[in-house]
Design a protein around this ligand. Sequence first.
Ligand code: SF4
Ligand code: SF4
Length: 488
Amino acid sequence: MNADIDPGNVPARPRAQGEVPFYREKGQAIPRSVEGLFRKLKWWASGLLLAWWYLGPFLRWDRGPDAPGQAILVDMAGRRAYFFDIEIWPQEVYYVTGLLLVAAISLFLMSALAGRIWCGFLCWQTVYTDLFQNIERWVIGDRTARIALGRAPMSAGKAAKLTVVVGSWFVISASTGMAATLWFGDAFQQLRDMLTFQADGASYLFTLIIGGFCFLLAGFARERVCVYMCPYSRFQSAMLDEHSLVVSYEGWRGEPRAPAPTDRNFAGRGHCVDCKMCVQSCPTGVDIRWGNQLACIGCGLCIDACDQVMEKFGLPKGLISYDSSANLQAREKRVTVPGFRPIRPRTLIYGGLLGIVAAVMLTSLLTRPTTGVNILHERTPLFVQMSDGSIRNGYVYKVLNMIREDRAYSLRAEGLPGLSLELIGGTGPAQELELSVDKDSVGSFRLFVSAPESAMPGKSATITFILTEKGKAGASIRHDTLFAGPGR
Ligand code: SF4
Ligand code: SF4
């Protein structure tokens, strides 16, 4: 809603041939609406993503009576993350790293195959900017009406329209921020609490931050985020090759451009009628006829716009198309067009890496143990020499019972002759300790391990804790740790 509007997106100064403008010289892009395949794809992609964002937290999943029933949940208070049947503990945060790795490699693969398909269809900045621009369109009108309103002096009618537009952005942004909090608690309860002002302060702060960014970035910053702020646009060209699909203008066919001939005779001239429909429908204000540019997010709306023009003049569609530079060059040279080649060294590497990381994660998830152990050797003091000469070390031994069943374990230690264990606050020293851990919880045990001084080979030795679940003798968990002494 910038009042300083550039009506034509026309470069303000003459350029040398082949010179590409870095950015529009003034104003904000006010895109014209278009119909076509890419517009439909954008509606579908946005619809599915927004439905997932707002409705996803309300998906239910039965994990039994003592577990949360939300299918996807990041339970900060309970220190767990749930994804349907998968439950991730804080100690398993490496799965999040794996997930980020999968996301990054998928992005590389996507780019190698189809250019900036992420930016044009799936990125949140694109989705919300598109939504906000469409709200302007529904309330004020298409491009011409919005430009006219921007230039018109303030009046009651203009104020009313702007209020409806900005108010709608505000409601959507607030809902977006609120939806973000629903992923972190029971969605139904959280929504009730938020709407009745009974939620905690952190929820409102989170809503303010997410909603505020949505309002400012999609409402006002818009294409500037893609052009100036997003790092992805800077390095995505490194993932492309001559077979990647990108939005391109077929200059050899379009040039020399000239206004539409009244007799529809295109002999001796290019097919571009210089109508600028492609430029005016571009959400980032790009003139794709200058060639591939950093600001082009690959949304394909200029293709829809140009195809309509080509259709009108009875010319073949595809003057602007989603195609590889190899295909474009082949067409220009009138040699065999190689077609889309998804299988290439680059995509094989990305696909292979993706497969390896996904397989490692899946195997690790399917075979992960249901008991975890954490050992902390007490350092103050590192050891104590008892009056009978024996050496005693203190440990905090934590057992993670990762299933919803109470479990009993036995713990022993080996590595030095004459080792004994003693639970602090329990019965006296023993060769083996009995440990009970409640379902889905961490049992924390402080214990002493003692050994005769004569057993120590030097200042320190390695001992092994062996934890065995009762009734499952075959599946023991062994952990080596340090046992310290005074040395001889
Ligand atoms: S829409 Fe097509 S014909 Fe019109 S200016 Fe763009 S490239 Fe040329
Ligand atoms: S140039 Fe075409 S594909 Fe690129 S951002 Fe503009 S409309 Fe989308």
